[in-house]
Design a protein around this ligand. Structure first.
Ligand SMILES: NC(=O)c1ccc[n+]([C@@H]2O[C@H](COP(=O)([O-])OP(=O)(O)OC[C@H]3O[C@@H](n4cnc5c(N)ncnc54)[C@H](O)[C@@H]3O)[C@@H](O)[C@H]2O)c1
Length: 303
């Protein structure tokens, strides 16, 4: 693919990772962020990503930080927005982008939960507005959900998927702009059941993690749940669902158990306790283990 000019909105956790990924694919990437602090820390964060992945040293020269949106968005073919998760802010940014970009520049939002339908609702040219939901860290986790809203053109989907595939991602086409898209709906279906089992005293949080990591999670990177259903046979899946489904948690709001944890400040690693207890150094060890694991996977896939 030829080198394109690409704009990024937001130099934070997701924005700098998306910038790294696209620069590594050969594109010129300009990152707009109004915060001098975030702009100043970006080179160090990009260098750390490059060191972790043994990336080409010159790729960082293709990324620049901008304090004005107009200079960052000049002649861009794509914009990836990774600003804070607030609808009025994202709508405002997209209105400014419409004024600064060509009508066929693709405007993609990395929102975790806000439908791109809402983000782009006031724009004139809505066919080029799309959701691209990267997973953190975006330069290490391959999946990107490319979400088509009612106005997004097929051409926008195709171009977005081509760009992401060329950059070494695994884009998937999500055909409806629904809350949570696909990945977070699946994750939260698991979390709802897991938290309900802990609250009911079936097992503790350590057991849930062990069951997933040593059980079905151990094979999931090579065998998705649909492949697994076909592997064992849909007749068995039907038999199990006949017994199990009526017994699964069907809460339509978070459990009192979860609300109480949050109310008491037990929010997880940063508080030393959440669903599990976190002693000194334990949370950092988990973060480092995850970072190394994802980097190894990323390097294996590109080598
Ligand atoms: N963190 C995750 O795991 C994750 C995963 C997927 C999607 N997302 C989504 O990505 C988006 C960004 O999340 P993040 O975790 O990178 O947040 P972050 O707080 O790390 O970064 C946000 C950045 O936006 C900048 N910003 C603030 N106001 C701005 C403005 N008016 N214009 C441009 N930039 C502005 C901030 O200075 C900051 O650098 C959110 O929509 C979030 O929901 C996050």
């Amino acid at each position: 693919m030829k080198s394109l000019n690409i704009g990024i909105i937001g130099a934070g956790l997701m924005g700098h990772g998306i910038a790294y990924l696209l620069a590594a694919a050969g594109h010129i990437v300009r990152v707009y962020d109004p915060s001098a602090e975030w702009r100043a820390s970006m080179p160090e964060r990009l260098k750390s990503a490059r060191d972790l992945l043994d990336g080409d040293p010159v790729l960082l020269d293709r990324i620049s930080a901008h304090d004005q949106m107009a200079s960052a968005m000049k002649d861009v073919a794509f914009v990836f927005e990774a600003a804070p998760e607030k609808l009025p802010l994202k709508q405002q940014l997209f209105a400014e982008l419409e004024a600064l970009t060509a009508p066929d520049t693709i405007l993609a939002s990395n929102s975790s939960a806000i439908p791109s339908t809402r983000i782009g609702e006031k724009l004139k040219h809505r066919d080029r507005v799309v959701g691209t939901h990267f997973w953190n860290p975006p330069h290490l986790v391959p999946l990107v959900e490319v979400i088509q809203n009612e106005k997004t053109s097929d051409e926008t989907i195709r171009k977005s998927m081509d760009l992401l595939r060329d950059a070494g991602r695994k884009p998937v086409h999500v055909k409806k702009d629904i809350p949570g898209f696909v990945g977070n709906r699946l994750q939260h279906a698991i979390k709802r059941e897991a938290i309900a089992m802990i609250a009911a005293g079936v097992c503790d949080a350590e057991t849930i993690d062990e069951v997933v990591k040593s059980g079905f999670g151990a094979r999931m990177a090579v065998l998705g749940p649909m492949e697994q259903s076909d592997l064992v046979g849909l007749d068995l899946t039907l038999d199990i669902q006949n017994v199990l489904l009526a017994d699964l948690d069907r809460s339509t709001e978070p459990t009192a158990f979860l609300k109480d944890k949050v109310a008491r400040g037990k929010v997880g690693m940063r508080a030393g306790e959440g669903l599990r207890k976190w002693g000194p150094g334990e949370a950092d060890a988990v973060r480092e283990r995850l970072r190394r694991f994802l980097a190894e996977q990323a390097k294996t896939k590109t080598s």
